[in-house]
Write a protein that binds this ligand. Structure first.
Ligand SMILES: [Fe+2]
Length: 227
């Protein structure tokens, strides 16, 4: 094959064990049953999906103690990064998590998750035909170039109950319109990692954040001596 595609973006897919899947379903359906969904003010009213109130300033995983899902997510995050040869301790915050509900003729407008390192989704309830997630190629703005015009493509993610997908938070995505009568439910979240020179403040523990600490982080010497 004479053509090699450069600059791939790693997306991560995982599913829980059958036993964990059943427990996760119970945890997340409990969140759903206790949620009064809203369409945020700035979203298109005519067709937007609806979400947990104040979705990006809330954390339903923490509020509703979805511990089995949290362990599955932590394991998946570790697996994602280890597959990419990440060597530093796994210290990060799950800053927000919310549920999204898609009914007939609704969709998620194209967007990205700003400064988060990892964003993700977990499908709680879907019939596989109620609106796929798609990712835009970051090279989409280069379509005017002959070669790029022939190679840039949207990536349509599989849609399956119990499937977790993680991706770099900057990646622009949206969902196809739900053309079925089936109500699709999914959980989304934003994750930020500790960086060289920075630690997670202690006073975050009592906030909405889920703080995942690794005590070896503080002991690591990752600086060159200044001579
Ligand atoms: Fe999103």
């Amino acid at each position: 094959m004479p053509i090699q595609h450069a600059f791939p973006i790693p997306l991560y897919y995982n599913k829980p064990t059958e036993e964990d899947y059943e427990l996760i379903q119970k945890e997340l359906m409990n969140v759903h049953e206790n949620t009064d969904y809203e369409i945020p003010e700035r979203f298109p009213k005519h067709a937007s999906h609806s979400l947990t109130p104040n979705p990006f300033e809330s954390n339903v995983i923490k509020k509703y103690k979805c511990d089995v899902f949290l362990e599955f997510l932590k394991t998946s995050i570790r697996d994602y990064l280890q597959n990419l040869q990440y060597k530093m301790p796994m210290e990060y915050i799950i800053d927000a998590s919310w549920i999204t509900k898609n009914t007939l003729e609704t969709y998620a407008i194209e967007h990205q998750h700003g400064g988060t390192d990892i964003s993700g989704v977990y499908y709680i309830k879907t019939n596989g035909k109620d609106g796929n997630l798609y990712f835009n190629d970051p090279n989409q703005d280069k379509l005017g170039n002959l070669i790029m015009g022939l190679s840039v493509k949207q990536n349509i993610a599989p849609l399956e109950q119990g499937l977790l997908i993680l991706w770099p938070g900057f990646l622009c995505h949206g969902t196809h319109t739900n053309k079925s009568d089936h109500e699709r439910l999914s959980l989304s979240f934003n994750i930020k990692f500790t960086r060289r020179g920075f630690t997670i403040k202690d006073n975050l523990d009592d906030t909405r954040c889920i703080v995942v600490r690794d005590d070896t982080w503080r002991d690591i010497i990752c600086y060159e001596e200044l001579n």
